[in-house]
Design a protein around this ligand. Structure first.
Ligand code: S3P
Length: 457
């Protein structure tokens, strides 16, 4: 019998070949996943026509596009000379139609949760499901507050997908304090709040990524954020029922994808790589600070603004890294980067302690458990607790193991990177989930000089 996470597609094991010569080159990683989702969804909820360039064409975003078409938005991919454009005709806030069939959100928590919020504000019925990983993830964090706004949800036990949604006929604004710093929760509530009269206010313990707020503001919504007065945390206030104007978006490259070649370059001898046009939103850039604190030779140059988001190029060179303590307050700004940080930590001198990372247990997989298991099998000393990971670095990574990835793209890419410096190969049991966020991973890494192999069956 297969594991509960076995993929419907054929598993594609893969390993990296130890990089004997350094990684060198100049690349632009694919478009930011969070901004890509929002550029399609928010433009679908706006009035007018928009054009998105630089969109991530990973499976997660494609699943979002398919669902939006089922909800009545017109979304078209056009190849114009050498570039690809995505054209959207929005239906307006509350304009989604009842989908005729089930919405399949694949592996994407962002697509599922943001759409749950958008649908909650429309007077119609929809059913949503996803792959084995997504069907195991908690949805109550969005369904409970969205219920307070007037929507109804029917989920499987423990608030898991599949779920049915009946949107609110007359959504009410919400004043909600979220126990977790989650941009998915915040965005879902803001999207439902667009349909409610009056002000929706959300407080989160620490500011999470604010791409939704930036984009809504550019579309003409009245939205403000800042430290919550008299409360610990970050507050966002949105005035409901705006006329959202469609906007063109140039999606910057994803810092969460750039993180893989960045760490690969730091830990591979004789390497020097330039990562171009990377989104550097401060709510996303915690990994750069952390790696610099570890002694990483990382320089950010050519910073400028692209459509309300800071963007720049990152120069990285091989470095001797040392272990550090990564504080809980930094977790939100690098929440997706802990798997690859754990790889940098494995190659560093001394211990790296990652604190306040309990949210990692409910990502595409339980990332604390899978990183600990994979690192231990590669011969790295590691201990985990509820919300911490402690990695003791070494200049000698044994490898010679097969790592379980449980449909988690970031676990898969992280262990391929560790395999670049391990004495014996590290095989990942399945590389296919990488295409959810970084379909060109192997090709871009190969252009820098990394080689991969498929194990003989
Ligand atoms: C995302 C928010 C984060 C992140 C995810 C993308 C987003 O999730 O882990 O990959 O685009 O809003 P949480 O909101 O669960 O922290």
């Amino acid at each position: 019998m297969g594991s509960p996470f076995s993929n419907a597609k054929l598993a594609a094991p893969l390993f990296a070949i130890q990089a004997k010569t350094g990684l060198k080159g100049n690349i632009r990683p694919p478009g930011d996943k969070s901004i890509s989702h929002r550029s399609l969804l928010l433009n679908a909820m706006a009035v007018g026509h928009s054009c998105v360039t630089g969109l991530l064409e990973g499976e997660d975003v494609i699943d979002m596009a398919k669902a939006l078409r089922q909800l009545g938005a017109t979304i078209e991919r056009r190849e114009v000379e050498a570039s690809i454009e995505w054209h959207i005709d929005g239906v307006g806030v509350q304009g989604f139609q009842e989908p005729e069939n089930i919405l399949n959100m694949g592996n994407s928590g962002t697509a599922a949760r943001l759409l749950a919020g958008a649908i909650a504000g429309c007077r119609n019925f929809a059913v949503m499901t996803g792959d084995a990983s997504l069907r195991s993830r908690p949805m109550a964090r969005v369904t409970e507050p969205l219920t307070m706004m007037g929507a109804q949800f029917w989920t499987r036990s423990n608030g898991r997908l599949p779920m049915a949604i009946r949107g609110a006929a007359n959504p009410m604004p919400l004043d909600f304090t979220s126990p977790v710093a989650s941009a998915q929760v915040k965005s879902a509530l803001l999207l439902a709040g667009l349909a409610a009269p009056g002000e929706t206010r959300i407080v989160e313990p620490v500011m999470s990524r604010d791409h939704t707020e930036r984009m809504l503001s550019r579309m003409g919504a009245t939205i403000q954020s800042g430290l919550a007065i008299g409360e610990n945390g970050w507050e966002v206030r949105l005035v409901g029922q705006p006329e959202l104007c469609a906007i063109d978006v140039d999606v910057p490259a994803d810092i969460s994808s750039a993180a893989f070649p960045m760490v690969a370059t730091l830990i591979t001898p004789d390497s020097e790589v330039r990562l171009n046009h990377i989104g550097l939103n401060p709510a996303r850039a915690g990994l750069v600070t952390t790696l610099q604190e570890m002694g990483g030779d990382i320089e950010v140059v050519n910073t400028h603004d692209v459509g309300g988001e800071p963007v720049g190029d990152i120069l990285v060179r091989t470095s001797t890294l040392k272990g550090i303590d990564v504080p809980p307050a930094r977790a939100a700004s690098m929440i997706d980067e802990y798997p690859i940080l754990a790889i940098a930590a494995a190659a560093a001198e001394g211990q790296t302690r990652m604190r306040g990372i309990g949210e990692l247990r409910v990502k595409e997989s339980d990332r604390i458990a899978l990183m600990a298991e994979g690192l231990a099998s590669a011969g790295v000393k590691v201990t985990e607790s509820d919300d911490e990971l402690l990695v003791t670095g070494s200049s000698h990574i044994q490898g010679d193991c097969t790592v379980s990835t449980a449909l988690d793209h970031r676990i898969a890419m992280s262990f391929l990177i560790l395999g670049l410096i391990s004495k014996h190969p590290i095989t990942i049991d399945d590389s296919s989930p990488i295409s959810t966020s970084f379909p060109s991973f192997q090709a871009l890494m190969a252009s820098l000089g990394a080689e991969f192999g498929k194990p003989k069956q």
